[in-house]
Design a protein. Structure first.
Length: 204
């Protein structure tokens, strides 16, 4: 058998210094008010002896975010570092693609219209568009409603911050997908009201 891989578990809690007997450091004792926090899963080796305890949940995690438990937003410095790393990774990917396809042109810049178009295509596919000839369309009416509602949220949250062309594109897409949704739900309602077909005759 191959050698058992070794795992390193990092515990970010504060550790005490070695005691007078030279024993290994142990996690600092928490105040009595914090003893209700669960230690979480443990890494177990050599039977049932826990080797290292996993990182505990910080007691102020909810307060740092909000009442629903959303973690705090990254700092401006963290966001800048992440954006720079993302752009560098995207550039490396583009360089690889250009090396394999020397005649490939520069990719177009992503715009607001691309975002609206993405929602439009998703909603129409969820309502059965794009099915090949002879195939029964697959309809996800609940997913289509969610996608259309997301377009509505986008329209609401970007009011006053769009160009005239962007507004025309978004309004036209919203009108079209909502109309397609109305037509589809009308068909579904009519089909639901029809009596079920009679069972096929039995074999003689």
């Amino acid at each position: 058998m191959s050698e058992t891989p070794k795992f390193t578990v990092i515990d970010r809690r504060k550790f005490k210094a070695e005691d007078d007997d030279g024993n290994a450091p142990t996690p600092a004792a928490e105040p009595a008010a914090k003893t209700e926090v669960s230690a979480g899963p443990q890494l177990v080796v050599n039977g049932n002896k826990p080797e290292v305890e996993a990182e505990t949940v910080h007691e102020n995690s909810l307060e740092a975010g909000n009442q629903e438990g959303v973690p705090p937003a990254p700092t401006a410095e963290e966001s800048d570092r992440q954006k720079a790393a993302y752009e560098a990774a995207a550039q490396r990917l583009e360089d690889l693609l250009r090396a394999q396809n020397p005649g490939m042109g520069a990719p177009p810049a992503i715009t607001f219209e691309h975002l609206v178009q993405q929602f439009y295509v998703s909603a129409m596919i969820q309502m059965g568009a794009g099915a090949q000839d002879g195939q029964r369309p697959r309809v996800d009416i609940v997913g289509a409603r969610n996608t259309i509602d997301l377009l509505g949220v986008l329209e609401l949250k970007t009011r006053g911050n769009r160009s005239d062309a962007e507004t025309r594109t978004l309004d036209s897409v919203l009108f079209e997908v909502r109309m397609a949704f109305l037509e589809l739900t009308s068909m579904i309602s009519v089909q639901a009201m029809q009596p079920p077909p009679p069972p096929p005759p039995g074999r003689r």
